[in-house]
Design a protein around this ligand. Structure first.
Ligand SMILES: NC(=O)c1ccc[n+]([C@@H]2O[C@H](COP(=O)([O-])OP(=O)(O)OC[C@H]3O[C@@H](n4cnc5c(N)ncnc54)[C@H](O)[C@@H]3O)[C@@H](O)[C@H]2O)c1
Length: 260
């Protein structure tokens, strides 16, 4: 159950990147609880395996895999293992992402490259490999890209991150058009501010952010997982190319008090 909805992904195989913690872990757990066989992949292979082992202890189907989504060889190795291990691939969630901070005046070229490689090239490599498999196997699949409100709303110190997520939103649209004839949908989910850990941001930052969120609460990893399951499910069978913003109203407008 999630938000009152009982999702059913029995017989489906879902691959989630960045599943070792945070939002990716919640997405992996959501699919496993809904009956899918889950491949939990992460740069930190031990953490991915720990998440999968925990799901297996609950009687669910999951396996952990190491992967660097920015490395084409590692991505191809992952696909070669997941498909025989779990007997197919129906859903890919490109969740792995990094968000360091640096103003452009001080930013190292290597940091720019690392963010773009993980957040934008990674989803390209993963989607290409997954879609080739889905097309070859005639799978009616779904690819879900985890973007961010940073795709639309600029954030100081995050030029690389904002550019990577804006790029991912457009990549989602193009890939959706190219894969539609193959009956593969491609959808984005853009989280707002999500409390993945108690210490995920300094207190004053959180207080200031809360004043900008009409729903007056931070999001939870489960909020994102349920949106991902909705867009991956048959309930969203005519949705493709779009990115769903899951942000408590953060981007709806400017939270200025009314002038009297
Ligand atoms: N937390 C938020 O408030 C928030 C808001 C908007 C968008 N997002 C997006 O959601 C996604 C998950 O964020 P999170 O807060 O859970 O992050 P997190 O840092 O808690 O977890 C990210 C996971 O991705 C893994 N990872 C990093 N680089 C990788 C790579 N090259 N290959 C494979 N795995 C890699 C990390 O090891 C980690 O386990 C990211 O794409 C992020 O940009 C998060």
């Amino acid at each position: 159950m999630d938000g009152g909805v009982r999702w059913d992904f029995a017989g489906k195989v879902a691959l989630v990147t960045g599943a070792g913690r945070g939002i990716g872990q919640a997405i992996a757990e959501g699919f496993a609880r809904a009956g899918a066989a889950v491949a939990a992949a992460d740069l930190d292979g031990a953490r991915a395996e720990a998440v999968a082992a925990d799901l297996r202890r609950q009687g669910l189907r999951a396996r952990g895999y190491p992967v660097d989504v920015a490395d084409r060889g590692a991505v191809l190795d992952l696909m070669e293992r997941v498909v025989p291990d779990l007997q197919g691939l129906d859903i890919l969630v490109n969740n792995a992402g990094i968000y360091p901070n640096a103003p452009v005046l001080d930013m190292e070229e290597a940091e720019w490259d690392r963010v773009l490689a993980t957040n934008l090239k990674g989803p390209f490599l993963m989607s290409q490999a997954a879609a080739r498999l889905m097309v070859a196997r005639r799978t009616e699949g779904a690819i879900v890209n985890i973007a961010s409100t940073a795709a639309r709303s600029a954030r100081i110190g995050a030029a690389h991150y904002c550019a990577s997520k804006a790029g991912l939103v457009m990549f989602t649209r193009v890939l959706a058009m190219e894969l539609a004839p193959h009956r593969i949908r491609v959808v984005g989910v853009a989280p707002g501010l999500i409390r993945t850990r108690e210490d995920f941001a300094p207190g004053p930052y959180v207080e200031a952010a809360l004043r900008m969120i009409p729903m007056q609460r931070l999001g939870t990893p489960a909020d994102i997982a349920s949106a991902v399951m909705f867009v991956a499910s048959g309930a969203a069978g005519y949705v493709t190319g779009e990115t769903v913003f899951v942000e408590g109203g953060l981007l709806s407008g400017r939270p200025l008090p009314r002038n009297t």
